[in-house]
Design a protein around this ligand. Structure first.
Ligand SMILES: [Ca+2]
Length: 226
């Protein structure tokens, strides 16, 4: 397991700007934010650090080490399979994804969400990991970790997904109009972070009749396009 430690940072706004830097507090996240805001107000703006700084932890990954391979968004009817994104590890080593960030930017610009992997999540070299849009508790067997409240409106139907380790962009895809009867699936084998930039490498993994809802292939290699 390899981690990078990017020095320390204090309670306040972090380098990503979109969210407060109280990393990995889990349910105490917002308590931390409110505590720091309140302290700053009381002190009349004298500093923003109200406790010991915490190290920023992220997996030691380079560009292309993780590849976005499959996305499941809202379906035509609710099912127990959920919304999720699948990543493939082609870094050459097993990885722990604690601290990995997944940024979701809606194509229409209406919102941006940051999801952070807040606990250890192992993925073997050559393996797949499935990150669900729901809470990280009572997960279905095919989902490895949940994004919880980091993605409160679920997987957007049209978005750019950025996978970030510390400030490094590891992979990015852009998609529009997710299928509502299965998954958006990268057919390229082996999956590649450059090859998945092309929409031509993707197709919908949905039942042929396009009325039933398909499960996709969470956690395993994707089938070829028809
Ligand atoms: Ca898959």
């Amino acid at each position: 397991m390899r981690y990078r430690f990017r020095g320390t940072k204090s309670v306040g706004m972090d380098r990503n700007r979109e969210r407060p830097s109280c990393p990995f507090e889990g349910p105490n996240l917002w308590a931390c934010v409110f505590a720091s805001v309140g302290a700053v107000a009381v002190l009349g703006g004298v500093g923003g650090c109200v406790r010991d700084a915490a190290p920023a932890i992220c997996p030691d990954l380079q560009v292309g080490d993780l590849v976005i391979t499959e996305v499941r968004g809202p379906q035509t009817r609710d099912d127990a399979l959920g919304q999720w994104v699948e990543l493939h590890n082609r870094s050459g080593a097993a990885q722990d994804l604690l601290g990995l960030q997944i940024r979701w930017r809606r194509i229409d610009g209406s919102r941006t969400d940051f999801a952070i992997i807040r606990r250890e999540v192992a993925v073997e070299n050559g393996g797949y990991v499935v990150i669900g849009a729901g809470p990280d508790a009572d997960l279905p067997a095919h989902i490895d970790v949940g994004m919880g409240n980091d993605l409160p409106t679920g997987v957007p139907p049209s978005a750019a997904i950025d996978v970030l380790a510390c400030d490094q962009l590891i992979d990015r895809i852009t998609y529009t109009g997710l299928t509502r009867t299965g998954t958006y699936s990268l057919a390229l084998q082996p999956p590649d972070a450059v090859g998945n930039d092309s929409a031509a490498a993707w197709c919908n993994n949905s039942p042929a009749n396009n009325t039933e809802v398909g499960p996709g292939s969470p956690g395993v290699a994707n089938p070829p396009c028809d």
